[in-house]
Design a binder for this molecule. Structure first.
Ligand code: GLN
Ligand code: ZN
Length: 779
């Protein structure tokens, strides 16, 4: 770093690069190791290759501040747990360096009695650490488990060795670590009422030791990520921040710290952040562009500001000229050597390289930038701000032309969609009658028994189903044969549901690759990549659709499959749709209109589908909103705005139907307490939720709220291969009955069954139907 500081060009940093590799090489290497096909050395070689390629890729794009330790074999929060020896007892670790197999056991759990990895011993089984979303991204981290008596000890020197590894390749990197306060704050405590923040003094020596070792090996800077600064912080967390960074400054004075905040503005934490004795502060200026002026005005003169101006959370190419204009005065005022240019957050959340997309609409492709392109954009900005805009005139011009082309493209703007949206009236978001009246008509029409049984939609996506889909996609299986095949598996799933006596049937979703992609591919306004993967957790990657334009539905999407399925049975067949909020939250969304507007567009398209299903004869239509909760803003103060438009979108898509048509919704997650009023406001007739693990306690939110409509609390944990017994499910249903009225209660699994095997699903659902019958018999 000291070298680059002397040059007169503003430094570019990335904060972190995608770690999966351009072709998901990390996934391949991990899964091969886990399945025993390759050994630890092979995995380590593959990982080192990915790191080296990442460093080289950044260097080639003019990135001066290259991160190390942004790589992880599974998760960077889990890496800190390994570093600090936060390994719960059940993994059988007794100090010393945390072995690879203990690390993966924390990530993925360990089967009981099995020989594992190289050591060949038979450790007892151990459940994985809990996994949850990293702030408001779709990246999941492994939740650290602390106890009141938590001890910390330096147990992994990955940070140091990866720094040295880069050094040996000629890169003096800036190592990255999740900061101590964010780390503690993301953890949970086994002891009720104990706030892990209280552990800060015990944790800090581990960080100090690591930072010292980094300095001893020649590091000039370290990047400590404290995205918790974008959250509402209490006094204890603020004090922990002050203590931690004071201690680093005191005990490792030679190492400069870049304190990275992202995913939002600092807001009321700005003063806290600026008071910390650090050498640099990174600001997310994409999510919170307006914080720049205040931060510049209040920042100490010698503080290096890292300006996060390129969106690290989305895939759009930036319009560079206005950014140059905006930043030029800041650079002039503070001096180029006190400025870094960066993405808003680590590039971990963007796909690797747009260049590998050979099947995208060329217009849409010109509007996009993945991690590699974002590095290039930052370099252009750095040159423009260091040597004047003229030094990169062609680049700035091409960026402006692309931005203008996107703004004006007829592919984005559909006047009919705008017109429809303008014509939405409030009564379009209201059902004709209140739930109580609708319920009477629905009961009459559907004629269901008490405790009606159903499933959430999907049935096992067997290897056979996946093979057929792949064969159809690569042309080996003609469309007609593929459809034939799908009809066969659908018909047999329906026959089987009838046989076991389910009351409301589902067709099984065999024709769907994914609950969002399936709809995105049929809607106008969405594009799909071939290699645009981003890490979701561990080896799991997702390839989100890109929502680039106004959304409309050229033709019915599910009606044919529904009609075919209903024709095979006299039981009600559910129409099965993904809701607008979920489609939005699981996509890369256009940044030229508000998210709320994009969501309403999708809602109108889904509304068309709902109405067509009803016209075709569907009397039960389920609209899944699995991702409604995860769209919640990080700051409480912003929740209401989001929930209001999210609920309005759901109502817009679901309210066009007759009273007698029963609208179901489904949400997999479990915490409802703080959003229950919004769940109520969705005004669905039936909601199915995931409650088996909490043993129905999650129903309490609905009880407290006096939720008037019907509820299907899951009685079958579909995340486990275990087949629940009739008794177990009866007991869960009785617990539900203690909480809600019998006429409100449905019987269903926690979620869809696509990831399970038929051998598990069949006995489990047979038992579930038996459990419902037992309840009916008792009444
Ligand atoms: N209908 C979907 C299914 O059964 C719902 C999945 C989900 O909520 N994640 O697969
Ligand atoms: Zn679900």
């Amino acid at each position: 770093m000291s070298n680059s500081e002397k040059t007169d060009i503003i430094r570019v940093a990335t904060l972190g690069a995608p770690r999966i590799g351009p072709r998901r090489e990390l996934k391949t290497a991990l899964e091969s190791y886990w399945s025993g096909k390759s050994d630890a050395a092979t995995l380590e070689t593959a990982a080192a290759g990915l790191r080296a390629a990442n460093w080289a890729r950044q260097k080639a794009r003019g990135v001066a501040v290259i991160p190390s330790n942004d790589f992880s074999l599974y998760d960077h929060v889990l890496d800190v747990s390994a570093m600090a020896g936060v390994v719960p007892e059940r993994y059988g670790w007794s100090g010393g360096p945390v072995p690879l197999d203990a690390y993966f056991a924390m990530a993925r759990g360990r089967q009981g009695g099995e020989a594992h990895g190289a050591c060949g011993c038979g450790h007892a089984g151990a459940a994985a650490l809990e996994m949850t979303k990293w702030f408001d991204t779709n990246y999941h981290y492994m939740v650290p488990e602390f106890s009141r008596a938590q001890r910390f000890a330096l147990s992994s020197t990955k940070v140091v060795s990866e720094f040295c590894e880069a050094l040996a390749l000629g890169h003096k990197t800036r190592p990255v670590l999740v900061g101590p306060v964010t780390y503690l704050r993301l953890g949970k405590s086994a002891d009720a009422g104990f706030d892990p923040i209280a552990l800060i003094d015990d944790l800090l020596p581990v960080y100090v030791e690591v930072l010292k070792r980094l300095a001893a090996h020649g590091a000039d800077w370290a990047q400590l990520d404290e995205p918790c600064l974008a959250l509402d912080l209490d006094a204890a967390a603020r004090k922990a921040l002050a203590d931690a960074y004071a201690r680093f400054a005191r005990e490792v004075p030679s190492l400069k710290i870049m304190l990275a905040t992202y995913f939002g503005g600092l807001g009321d934490n700005l003063g806290t952040a600026l008071a910390l004795p650090v050498a640099g502060l990174h600001l997310d200026l994409v999510r919170a562009p307006t914080q720049l002026d205040l931060a510049v005005a209040r920042a100490p003169k010698d503080l290096t500001l890292s300006l996060g101006v390129i969106d690290g959370r989305n895939v759009w190419r930036a319009d560079l000229a206005p950014i140059v204009e905006r930043l030029a005065p800041v650079v002039a005022a503070r001096g180029a050597e006190r400025i870094e240019l960066a993405p808003s957050c680590s590039l971990l959340h963007t796909p690797v390289d747009l260049a590998s997309e050979d099947a995208l609409d060329p217009d849409v492709k010109r509007w996009l930038a993945f991690s590699v392109q974002k590095m290039e954009e930052l370099s252009i900005l750095a040159r423009a701000l260091s040597h004047g805009a003229d030094s990169v005139k062609p680049e700035l011009t091409s960026s402006s032309i692309a931005a203008r082309a996107r703004r004006e493209s007829p592919k984005i703007h559909d006047p009919e969609v705008a017109m429809r949206l303008a014509r939405v009236t409030p009564d379009m978001t209201r059902r004709r009658s209140a739930f109580a009246e609708r319920a009477v008509k629905q009961r009459k029409g559907l004629d269901l028994p008490a405790y009606p049984t159903t499933t959430i939609g999907s049935f096992p996506q067997t290897p056979e189903v996946r093979k057929a889909r792949a064969a159809n996609a690569n042309g080996a299986l003609p469309d007609a044969d593929y459809v034939d095949f799908l009809r066969k598996v659908t018909a047999s799933a329906i026959r089987w549901q009838e046989e076991i006596g389910l009351d409301v049937l589902a067709h099984g979703e065999f024709e769907r690759n994914d609950m969002v992609q399936y709809f995105g591919e049929q809607l106008a306004g969405f594009a799909f990549t071939r290699h645009g993967w981003v890490q979701s957790y561990g080896s799991r990657c997702v390839r989100p659709p890109i929502l680039y334009g106004d959304v409309s539905r050229p033709k019915p999407m599910t009606v044919e499959w529904w009609s075919y399925s209903q024709s095979l049975t006299s039981k009600p067949m559910k129409g099965m749709l993904t809701g607008p909020v979920t489609i939005l939250n699981w996509s890369f969304v256009r940044d030229d209109i508000p998210r709320a507007t994009a969501c309403r567009q999708i809602a109108l398209a889904i509304r068309d589908e709902v109405e067509d299903l009803e016209a075709a004869g569907a009397s039960v239509i389920q609209i899944d909103e699995a991702a409604l909760r995860e769209g919640l803003p990080l700051r409480r103060g912003e929740w209401k705005t989001y929930l209001d438009w999210a609920v309005a979108s759901f109502r817009l898509c679901s309210s066009g139907v007759e009273d007698a048509t029963q609208i179901h919704t489904h949400m997999c997650y479990s915490e409802f307490n703080d959003i229950i009023a919004s769940i109520g406001a969705m005004d669905a007739d039936v909601i199915s939720i995931e409650t088996s693990r909490s043993r129905m306690e999650l129903l309490d939110a609905f009880v407290g709220y006096r939720y008037p409509a019907e509820i299907g609390p899951g009685v079958y944990d579909i995340h486990s291969p275990r087949v629940p017994s009739v008794e177990e499910m009866v007991e869960l249903l009785e617990r539900a009955r203690e909480r809600i009225a019998p006429e409100q209660l449905w019987v269903n699994p926690d979620c869809g069954l696509k990831t399970r095997k038929w051998e598990e699903v069949k006995p489990a659902l047979v038992n579930m139907v038996a459990a419902a019958r037992r309840l009916r018999d008792r009444a």
